[in-house]
Design a protein around this ligand. Sequence first.
Ligand code: GLU
Length: 305
Amino acid sequence: MNYQKILEEIKEEVKPLFGKGKVADYIPALARVGSNHFAMSLQLFDGRVYGVGEVDCRFSVQSISKIFTYAMVLSAYGKELFKRMNHEPSGNPFNSLVQLEYENGIPRNPFINAGAIVVTDILESIYTGEAFSKILEFIKEVSDNSKIDYDKEVAISESRSGFRNIALINMMKSYKNISNDTKDVMGIYFKQCSISMSTKELSRAVLFLANHGVDPITKKRFLSESQAKRLNSLMLTCGHYDASGDFAFRVGLPGKSGVGGGIVALVPELMSVCVWSPELNSKGNSLVGTKALELFTTKTGLSIF
Ligand code: GLU
């Protein structure tokens, strides 16, 4: 298959969609990102990479960080984890408070903000005072790249305007589903959202998930087969907030989006894909990115179904 040609076709075909979405503007540092960026990268198991657009341009990974933190707790925390959060799609926006209250402070899944905040709380319990450096270390390891870092300006901006996230953690604390100091946990959460990576780096970082938990290039195992299955199934059912069903319907791959406009997706046993385009649809997922991935599976026949 001529992947490079397919990517170039996709880049042309998504052009009419620019201007139809809206760049995340809940913090000034994200609102400033120009709207017309586009990049798409493929990373194959045999080491080949393909890309179009600004594949080396770093952007804010935002909620894509949730797959890495969840991978860390899955391998370190065991079954206790499943008492503190569920594994069902939320059918609600990523930062919704309503469902959390009537479900007694137990988040629906680890990929909505409430669930990801519980995951960060667990990491702080495991690595007291060092949780963020461990998160960064893990991402560097799965990326096989020691240069990954976070954007301090985005992190400060997040913490100054994260009122809804602070409400979520306080609600969960009142239900005793948060063990650590809420300010400490939020400091880590805001930093993990502010990690900056390019599509090339992100597609490399999630490759182990397409290969049952083992990086096919370095041969390092990061998750057991069963843990990788769990994480991938959550990406398929919960990776795009209340548009997860729509993403599965249109793209047919496990994936995870972030409000920075990035989306990663996996073609099991073959490759990982990452696309970035900052304009979001009404559900908070990259509008052009979703279309690009839909075109990718249509043109290649590589959906999991
Ligand atoms: N920093 C964002 C928030 O917590 C992450 C949400 C996202 O990327 O979907 O609101």
